[in-house]
Design a protein around this ligand. Structure first.
Ligand code: TNX
Length: 533
């Protein structure tokens, strides 16, 4: 019989509980499940070498040592402990690391990592005696913590005490990202998602080392962020949604809270105000923004391309300057997204005039422009990033921009759009860019996909989730899992590791973890799920 002694603090008392492992009860012989293999981490690390026969086991004595004097390191220690304590029932105190590497416990150190892992990578050593995570920057520690988390059994994600044992396979991992930008986009305009839903998504993104969350904050159907100088945008323009539901918006305090929450997960939020098209909610909120001075009604359908800000009107740029000014003040990150897609009610000449002027406004507020790739038809600033959302592998305008130095963020709609259906009969989603199951989401190379846009022109990869048909967190889960981790792996892992067959097994191994986390994932027939998941 295997007895695992778990010390739980209940009130002021420590109770000692004896927990008999499930495997003992069921098998009669103590045959605990083998630890999660190093090879099952998603995204797959640059290099992972198992030490056969060695495991590290968390116990009531395990401490989390955080780099002494580093608040970010101790915060990351606290984050790790907060994940591990509820399921393990272990105290896992977070304490400053001694000067020499600790001989026991889990150490989170900002010393001794190889230079090659850069600012976002890490080195992880797991021995019987201890676990040592080293990084050059806190972002690397945070990434390494996600790897460590995935190396613990799925039950570690539970919010209630589980039997354990809490074993981690021994080995050595050196890991760092292929691209500095690994993103997800959530459309909170077509349907509004409140702070709790966005936090939930942020936590899911963090597990797969996604480091940017692009929020599509305004579209024809809704304006979702309070702007103090134009209050009717949120109050009236945010009052409904696709299908005519109640809508909603973030106060600036809500939004700042999300920015801070994301930052605690090493995720940078990028706000998008889509313009000059996709602006009916703004035009409905302020009659004076319309060329004819008449406010259109609010819109709750799903057509695109019918609205445009009034390009010749000077007030348009006062409006944009004030909106961008308030957003820039709420945004510690470098990017502001100006949309620019599907402006089919704006003439090409007006489009160019408009985008060029808006780029100057963004720059004047100290931020870098991100725009849908349509912006290359204007005159991109050298720093402007074009987000490719096409469905083909050739786009001469994007290729020409890349040749002239424009960086491209890859979101090909037929690969990365999480709102596309998996199959014809998928209850949610759209089909205009095709059906996307795991083969399609994973089976491309972002650095060699779009003609004339080579690896050095690619800033990274982003998976957008448009929400015309998506209304609940369960819907978000269903469309994002398992495809989001596939896109995250394309952004993080070296292309030399790309292998669809092996990936389907690694991805499937995440299924039991998602089940424990309460993620409503799609049970794709293309994924090799473990028995019973
Ligand atoms: C196209 S992709 C759009 C969005 C829609 C989406 C639906 C892009 C830049 N614009 O307005 O929500 O398709 O899949």
């Amino acid at each position: 019989m295997t007895n695992l002694v778990v010390r739980r603090r209940i009130g002021a008392l420590f109770l000692t509980l004896s927990v008999i492992t499930v495997s003992t009860i069921m098998g009669g012989v103590a045959a605990a499940a083998a630890p999660v293999p190093l090879s099952s981490v998603v995204p797959i690390p640059v290099s992972a070498t198992a030490t056969s026969g060695v495991t590290h086991t968390l116990t009531a004595a395990t401490k989390i040592y955080a780099q002494s004097g580093s608040t970010p390191a101790s915060d990351i220690g606290g984050y790790l402990a907060a994940i591990l304590r509820p399921s393990t029932g272990l105290p896992l105190p977070v304490v400053p690391a001694p000067n020499s590497a600790p001989a026991d416990g889990i150490a989170l150190l900002l010393t001794g990592a190889p230079a090659a892992v850069g600012a976002q990578g890490y080195q992880l050593d797991i021995t019987a005696a201890n676990v040592t995570l080293r990084a050059n920057q806190p972002a690397g520690l945070f990434a390494g913590v996600q790897t460590l988390r995935q190396l613990l059994p799925p039950a570690v994600e539970s919010t209630t005490v589980q039997p354990g044992p809490w074993e981690i396979a021994g080995g050595h991992i050196v890991d760092y990202p292929r691209f500095g930008y690994r993103g997800a986009m959530l459309d909170v305009a077509r349907h509004f998602f409140g702070v709790a839903a966005v936090r939930r998504y942020i936590d899911q993104l963090a597990l797969y080392k996604v480091n940017y969350l692009h929020l599509h904050l305004a579209d024809d159907q809704g304006w979702r962020i309070a702007i103090n100088s134009w209050p009717n945008l949120a109050v009236y323009g945010g009052s409904t949604a696709v299908g005519g539901g109640p809508g909603g918006y973030y106060t600036q305090a809500d939004y700042s809270g999300l920015v801070a929450y994301a930052a605690s997960r090493y995720i940078t939020i990028i706000p998008e105000i889509d313009m000059p098209g996709h602006t009916n909610a703004a035009l409905a909120s302020y009659a004076q923004l319309n060329c004819n001075g008449v406010a259109p009604p609010l819109y709750t359908g799903t057509n695109v391309g019918f609205s445009s800000l009034c390009v010749p009107l000077e007030l348009t740029y006062t409006f944009i300057d004030q909106v961008i000014g308030e957003l820039a003040a709420l945004t510690p990150g470098p990017y502001l997204h100006i949309g620019g897609d599907e402006a089919s009610s704006t003439t090409p000449a007006d489009y160019t005039t408009f985008i060029n002027r808006v780029q100057q406004i963004v720059a004047a507020h100290g931020k870098t422009v991100l725009g849908w790739h349509d912006v290359v038809h204007a005159t991109p600033l050298p720093s402007t990033v074009a987000q490719f959302w096409g469905t083909t592998t050739t786009d001469s305008a994007v290729a020409a921009a890349a040749a002239a130095g424009t960086k491209v963020l890859m979101s090909p709609a037929n690969r990365t759009y999480l709102d596309m259906k998996y199959r014809n009969n998928t209850r949610l989603g759209q089909k205009w860019a095709g059906l996307i199951d795991v083969n399609q989401a994973y089976g491309w190379n972002p650095g060699n996909y779009l003609g004339g846009v080579g690896e050095t022109s690619v800033l990274g990869v982003e998976a957008p989730l448009w929400t015309e048909t998506i209304r609940t967190t369960a819907d978000i889960d269903f469309m994002a899992f398992p495809r989001l981790p596939a896109i995250a792996e394309l952004g993080w892992s070296a292309y030399a590791t790309h292998d669809l067959t092996v990936f389907k097994t690694r991805l499937g191994a995440q299924g039991p973890r998602w089940r424990v986390m309460g993620i409503n994932y799609y049970h794709s027939t293309q994924v090799t799920w473990p028995a019973g998941s």
